[in-house]
Ligand binder design. Sequence first.
Ligand code: GDP
Length: 308
Amino acid sequence: MFDTLQDRLSATFKSLRGKGRLTEADIDATCREIRIALLEADVNLAVVKEFVAAVKQRALGSELSGALNPTQQVVKIVDEELVAILGGQTRTIRWAKKPPTVIMLAGLQGAGKTTLAGKLGRWLREQGHSPLLVAADLQRPNAVTQLQVVGEQAGVHVYAPEPGNTSAADGEGERPTGDPVLVARRAMYHAQQKLYDVVVVDTAGRLGVDAELMQQAAAIKAEVRPDETLFVVDAMIGQDAVNTARAFAEGVGFDGVVLTKLDGDARGGAALSIAKVTGRPIMFASNGEKLSDFDVFHPDRMASRILG
Ligand code: GDP
């Protein structure tokens, strides 16, 4: 992902090399090239416009002086603006003052939520936490089993409703099967009793955004009152990623974004627009099917990667 963007930007900067001084025409031409590179990479149009305007203003301004040569200064400006659209600072989990910290995952079906629950579980365990994964995706037939499998791989416990077993959830008498809000409530009780310090709640997705999905996710959110709601999005789905992010921001609300499938060969620019469009930071990135293919997202490292 991002190879084409990388190639185009480096060609743009190469054409500036050797120039002692950049004229306004040079800067105009460079900004045009950057605009094309970003649009070709599928970055959201509004984000591109704002990005190019900021680069141009800074490049024309007083910044083109000092120790760096003009080309290096333009690269530095582009780098800083890329970091800014990617959310600026690295941001990880905000821990609850009183455990457990609750992390809820929301997104479309196939975005990679269940896989991510396993990845987060493993990551949390490595950091000395004691996480509990909660199977509140009761829509997809295999989702509960899939979470149990990834939980086992990650060495992390999974709270799941036992089909038809009313005693599955600590004997409060109600039957959790079929109602994800009830499962979530039971899971929170279970986590408090058993002293898990982080609860990761996997929720159901649909193939497309719909009202029922939003209501269910919002109801689970109201029940578990997460410290972090993470919107999980497949970076391969192009501009739909931006549209879906907007819909979830409105319908459910989220605190951070997780980009998945960054190992894919899509152009990827749309995913890079999400932080800017929603005003929420990208917090984690997933780049493969293995539980270890996962890391905290660092805007500065991603910008450096894009700039080659
Ligand atoms: P959910 O419906 O949101 O729970 O999505 P799943 O966790 O079931 O993931 C859907 C598919 O995407 C599965 O086949 C996963 O193995 C795959 N997947 C998840 N994350 C990644 C990733 O970062 N890279 C790749 N290549 N595949 C992924």
